[in-house]
Each structure stands twice: as C-alpha cells, then as structure tokens.
Design a protein around this ligand. Structure first.
Ligand SMILES: NC(=O)C1=CN([C@@H]2O[C@H](COP(=O)(O)OP(=O)(O)OC[C@H]3O[C@@H](n4cnc5c(N)ncnc54)[C@H](OP(=O)(O)O)[C@@H]3O)[C@@H](O)[C@H]2O)C=CC1
Ligand SMILES: N[C@@H](CC(=O)OP(=O)(O)O)C(=O)O
Length: 345
C-alpha cells in the first residue's frame, strides 16, 4: 500500500512539532505539506520554527517551504494543530474542499455532527461524519486534560456506571503552546486558572462516553467538577480524580477493570496504539511526570494511588503526556483507526 500524503496545519507550533516527530518512519502516512501563519509561510521549515524537540529537525523537513492557509493543499489527511483563533474557519474550508481534517483544536469538538473520538472508547462515533455536509470530514480529539480523564472513566463507566466526578488538574507548561506562560509567572509557582479549561474538562468526557443515536450523540449524564491549575512541569498533565460509582466496587475490582481495558486500536494492533492503554502502578508515590510520561511511547494513561474516597467512592492520581497522547499522538491514532475501519483510503 502506498503511503497516504498528510499535511500538518500549525506545523511550527508545539503540537505541530510533535506531529513531525511522531510521523517519522510512519508505515502509512508521509508528510507532504507543512502549513503555518503568514509569519512562517514562504520560509524553509527549519528557519520558520522555533524547534523544541529532543531530536534535530528531520532532514527532509528542514528545507520544506512552509505553506499558508490560503494555499490549495494536495494531502488527503490534514492533521491540525492550529491556533484556535484560526482553526475553526480553516478546518471547515478544508473539509468542504474534500480533505479529512483530524484536529486537536477546540473549535469543532462540540459540533453535533463532529465526532470527538478516543478510539479505545468510542470508534463507533466516527460514523457521524456521514451526516456532515462536507466532501471531506472533520474529526476531533479531546482537550489534553480530558483525554486522561475519559480514559480512566471509560472502563469504570462500563463496569460500574459513573455518577459524578471531581477532577483537579496540574497541567504542564507545554500545554500552553509556545512561548506560552511567561517564565516570571510559572517558575516556583502554581497558577490556579487556565482560561476555558474547566468548561472543556466538565463537558467533553460526557460526549466521548456518550451513545451514538443516529444523527447525534446522547451525552453521558454524569456531572464533572473540574479545577485546573498550571504547574512548573515541562511535559505531562497530572490529575486527581474522585469518582462516585453507580454500583459499589472494591479498590481491587477498580484496578482490575482499569488494567484489563483494551479497545479497537489494541485489537487491530494499530501502529501508534499502546499495548496497555491504562497502566496501573502500585508504587505509592507514582505516577510522576518526570518519571512516567514516556511509558508506552507516551500513549498510555498511567493510574496510581487507587484508593477509597471518604466523600465519593474511589479516588486516584492519573498522568499522561499532553502533547503525545493528549494531542498529536491521539490525532495520529484516530487517523490510523479511520484507515483500519475503511473511512480513509
Ligand atoms: N499544547 C498542547 O498540549 C495541546 C494543544 N492543543 C491545541 O492544539 C492547537 C495548537 O496548540 P500549540 O501547538 O500548543 O500552539 P502553538 O502556539 O505552539 O502553535 C500554534 C500554531 O498555529 C499557527 N498559527 C497561529 N496563527 C496562525 C494563523 N493566523 N494562520 C495560520 N497558522 C497560524 C502557528 O504558526 P506560526 O508559528 O507561524 O505562528 C503555530 O504553528 C491549539 O488549538 C491548542 O489549543 C490541544 C491539546 C493539547
Ligand atoms: N489548554 C490545554 C491545552 C489546549 O490547548 O487545550 P485545548 O485544545 O482544549 O484548547 C493546556 O493548557 O494544557
């Protein structure tokens, strides 16, 4: 099978750079086009991007001329890591033109006919793209903090029912893009506010754990109360959850359900799928972002400190790599799932 040509929209940004790293030597996708703002367009990529990754800019990428959003693109799949100020309109226009836009941006996530997919949880929601008025389609992945919460809740919701969730996030600075939070605000500090974040964490999990009902998704009915903070950590969102379950379950039963969680990416052995979407650790002081974000290539949700909660039923600490499983890696896995399910060829 020849490789599917892909473009990266917002290729110079934090998420865009991670797309470039994760797509190196990908068996099905080949980076054909790089797109960014008028500040970058027309320049070779290595000159336009303020590269912050652990490997050098790949040779075949460094000299590629960055395109602007106004240009006609030839790629089948457009991975979007666009700033949300431009993502909404641009993604619609590209879907109208026949591209499959697989987006990290918040703009279309809650549109009625746009699937918000984590393929381990709700790959059946891809089907709703057939209701979209476009020649192509828009598919989204979740907010990075939502990603790990939805992952932890999905198997518990299936096994016991989730009735209410209290979530506190400790989010890395890479989540704010580049240049992000000023160093003077974050060094030696915790900022108890991230604009718009709590609304997303309080509404997106219910869409992901919802049920496809013809032309729409019935959202799961449980409430989520979120408190989101920015902490001086480079990569990795750590989050604490307290969960009220529909059916009583012991700590051991909860751990077993989390450990046994698998989905279609594991069944179909998709290239970017972690073998274990959820890793449960028994170490009392883990998970920690400095130690655990790269487990399973940054694609797992690491769960620790599972214990009884005296207010709700069960509590735990969870962690994930915000720019890998929380962003670029999630979008690539969605694309792999869509190819495997026959939506994209
Ligand atoms: N960082 C993270 O962990 C996560 C981010 N997201 C979402 O992904 C998206 C990208 O985030 P992130 O990479 O962190 O942000 P960055 O600010 O690092 O990057 C933004 C990208 O958008 C491009 N851009 C900005 N303005 C325009 C414009 N007018 N026209 C075309 N391109 C433009 C920038 O290009 P240029 O360099 O030329 O200015 C850059 O490539 C956002 O919507 C964000 O909310 C989602 C989940 C996690
Ligand atoms: N707001 C997240 C990252 C992000 O951009 O999320 P969203 O795509 O939902 O706007 C963070 O700061 O860590």
């Amino acid at each position: 099978m020849s490789k599917i040509p892909v473009a990266i929209l917002g290729a110079t940004g934090t998420v865009g750079q991670k797309f470039i790293v994760l797509l190196q030597n990908h068996p099905h996708f080949e980076i054909r086009e790089l797109v960014a703002s008028p500040r970058s367009a027309g320049k070779p990529y290595a000159e336009a991007a303020s590269w912050k990754q652990d490997i050098p800019v790949p040779e075949d990428i460094a000299g590629k001329i960055v395109k602007s959003l106004d240009e006609t693109l030839e790629s089948t799949i457009l991975f979007s890591g666009l700033d949300s100020s431009v993502a909404g309109e641009a993604e619609t226009r590209f879907a109208e033109a026949g591209h499959f836009v697989i987006s990290n941006s918040k703009n279309h996530r809650m549109d009625k006919d746009v699937p918000l997919v984590i393929p381990e949880i709700n790959p059946d929601h891809f089907e709703i793209i057939r209701k979209q008025p476009y020649k192509g389609a828009i598919i989204t992945n979740s907010n990075c903090s939502t990603m790990f919460i939805a992952m932890a809740l999905a198997p518990l919701h299936k096994a016991f029912g989730v009735e209410a969730v209290q979530a506190t996030t400790m989010q890395a600075i890479s989540g704010a893009g580049y240049p992000g939070v000023p160093s003077i605000d974050i060094l030696g500090n915790v900022v108890p506010f991230i604009g718009g974040e709590e609304d997303k964490v309080e509404t997106e999990p219910q869409k992901i754990l919802g049920t496809l009902a013809g032309d729409h998704i019935d959202h799961a009915p449980f409430p989520v109360s979120a408190q989101c903070t920015r902490v001086p950590v480079f990569d990795g969102h750590t989050e604490t959850l307290s969960i009220k379950l529909g059916k009583k379950a012991s700590v051991d039963e909860v751990k077993e359900v989390l450990r046994n969680f698998r989905g279609m990416p594991q069944e179909k052995k998709l290239h970017s799928a972690p073998e274990f979407p959820i890793l449960v650790t028994e170490q009392e002081d883990r998970p920690q972002p400095a130690r655990d974000i790269w487990l399973q290539g940054g694609m797992s949700t690491v769960v620790g400190r599972v214990r009884e909660c005296p207010v709700l039923d069960i509590k735990m600490t969870i962690l994930g790599h915000n720019t890998v499983r929380g962003a670029a890696g999630a979008a690539i896995l969605n694309a792999e799932a869509m190819v495997a399910l026959g939506y994209i060829s």
